[in-house]
Design a protein around this ligand. Structure first.
Ligand SMILES: *Cc1c(COP(=O)(O)O)cnc(C)c1O
Length: 403
């Protein structure tokens, strides 16, 4: 008799975004004239850069002729893209990562959950709280049971991140086998300093743990001494895997492109993880599309880099408007400097959901309740900088009036 993978039944419902959608829908029905501004989106809104469009068009043309047509891409990615990544994202930042340690894929979301397939089923997992839910919702069976009262999986090691620790977790007393870190962070917008990240690298090497480092928002870093890659730290080649994405970097959320770095020095039980991931990747994946990899390559040209910088500048200007706006309105707020997320403390001891209702009702503004990312997010609220400039400004005016 066929049975199902019971791990799916342990997953909590996707309660957060469906509840938000329902509340907004009900509000719209009751207030048909209200003009709602959405600052909850975790998706880019600007069109693809001209250089990217140009590369796409010319790659499509190549596909139309027998002489230049491309079939299956190499499993691990085309050399033209892997070499650019190695050069611009790593060598130029002083990181010793070679092109053949880069695995091109269709995005970081899949990679950061699929990576669990190469580790033992009894490995423990440590995650930040609040957290991007993908790391624990990977259905591989390591997380134990989900308890809807505590909003936690019983086998996951949660590392609280709050204002007291600047949203950077403390090293756990008992080391998790796998440690997910994400900086700049979604949802808090926090970053980790190079010295602090070095402590995590040392800790992982001492305890034979592996750090799974999600650097999807690397391009938003504006301050000095904030590491762009975990490989800026000494010893990271023996304990860390890094995930990157073209989604937030260059607006590829609809195109799909990302990559994972597995250094050859990362060895467990005498086996190099590089080979394991190559095997896994090659077995279950037939490579990101040629036209998309050409589009990805285009962001490394001089013109492409300029265009991407301008796009990021647009979003980060929104972030500044939001951060200053909510501070002017008397809120305590974090993030927004090295990440497109602003994480604000709800006022007057309101819960995250009470504040959601308050902002919807009084300002017709929609964000995301912090508690939706984990219990430690209770009392916080996330606003994103991916919206339109005028609407972002208007939202700040309304929030100030609502206060
Ligand atoms: C958006 C996001 C990603 C990117 O995922 P893709 O699959 O590449 O679009 C990865 N990690 C975090 C934390 C994100 O917010």
């Amino acid at each position: 008799m066929a049975t199902i993978n019971k791990n799916f039944e342990k997953l909590p419902g996707s309660y957060l975004f469906s509840t938000i959608a329902k509340k907004v829908r009900e509000f719209e029905e009751a207030n048909p004239n209200a003009e709602i501004i959405r600052l909850g989106i975790g998706d880019v809104t600007k069109p693809l850069a001209p250089s990217v469009i140009k590369a796409l068009n010319s790659a499509v043309d190549e596909m139309s002729k027998e002489e230049t047509f491309k079939g299956y891409a190499p499993d691990l990615g085309y050399a033209f893209l892997r070499e650019k990544i190695a050069m611009y994202d790593y060598k130029d930042r002083g990181c010793n990562i070679s092109a053949d340690e880069i695995f091109v894929s269709d995005g970081a979301k899949c990679d950061c959950s699929n990576i669990q397939e190469i580790f033992g089923i009894d490995n423990t997992i440590g995650v930040c709280d609040p957290v991007y839910p993908v790391y624990v919702d990977s259905m591989a069976g390591r997380t134990g049971l989900y308890n809807s009262d505590t909003m936690r999986f019983d086998k996951v090691i949660y590392m609280p991140c709050n204002a007291e620790n600047n949203f950077v977790p403390e090293l756990p007393g008992k080391a998790p086998d796998l440690i997910y870190l994400c900086f700049p962070n979604n949802p808090t917008g926090a970053v980790i300093s190079k010295d602090e990240l070095q402590k995590w690298v040392d800790y992982a090497n001492e305890n034979n743990s592996v750090i799974l480092y999600d650097a999807a928002y690397e391009v938003y870093i504006s301050e000095e001494n904030v590491p762009h890659s975990i490989y800026e730290c000494d010893g990271a080649r023996t304990c860390a895997i890094e995930f990157r994405s073209f989604s937030k970097t260059a607006g590829f959320t609809g195109l799909r492109l990302g990559f994972t770095v597995v250094p050859k020095d990362l060895v467990l039980d005498g086996v190099a993880l590089h080979g394991l991931w190559a095997r896994r990747h090659g077995t279950k994946y037939n490579g990101a599309p040629y036209i998309v990899q050409r589009a990805g390559e285009a962001i490394y040209s001089e013109q492409g880099r300029r265009e991407i910088k301008e796009q990021i500048g647009y979003y980060m200007n929104n972030a500044k408007i939001i951060l200053e706006g909510v501070k002017d309105a008397g809120f305590t707020a974090y993030g927004g400097v090295n990440a497109p997320y602003i994480w604000l403390r709800t006022p007057d001891n309101m819960t995250s959901w009470e504040f959601f209702d308050f902002l919807l009702d009084k300002a017709n503004v929609v964000g995301t309740p912090g508690v939706g990312f984990g219990p430690e997010g209770e009392g916080y609220y996330r606003l994103t900088a991916f919206g339109n400039r005028e609407k972002t400004i208007e939202a700040m005016t309304r929030i100030k009036e609502a206060r």
